[in-house]
Design a protein around this ligand. Structure first.
Ligand code: FES
Length: 78
């Protein structure tokens, strides 16, 4: 695994969602309950930009069709 240093992120306890570029890819960063999660900004369902979604109870909600993905596992809830 290759690590990338992300600049311009000011970490606080406040929830946030933002998009950054790392390694030529668009990455969605989600700050939630003192942790930062990094995931592809492209929704695996139909390609929406997850960084335009919302974070609800540890899950990111896609802005297009409202699929949710767990921030810890990346999986959809059953
Ligand atoms: S594009 Fe994200 S749920 Fe459909």
């Amino acid at each position: 695994m290759k690590w990338y240093k992300i600049l311009d992120i000011q970490f606080t306890d406040q929830p946030f969602i933002t998009k950054v570029k790392a390694g030529g890819k668009s990455i969605c960063l989600v700050g939630f309950k003192g942790n930062i999660y990094a995931l592809s900004s492209i929704c695996p369902h139909a390609g929406a930009d997850l960084s335009e979604g919302i974070c609800v109870q540890g899950k990111i909600v896609c802005p297009f069709h409202r699929y949710t993905y767990d921030l810890e596992t990346g999986k959809r809830p059953k």
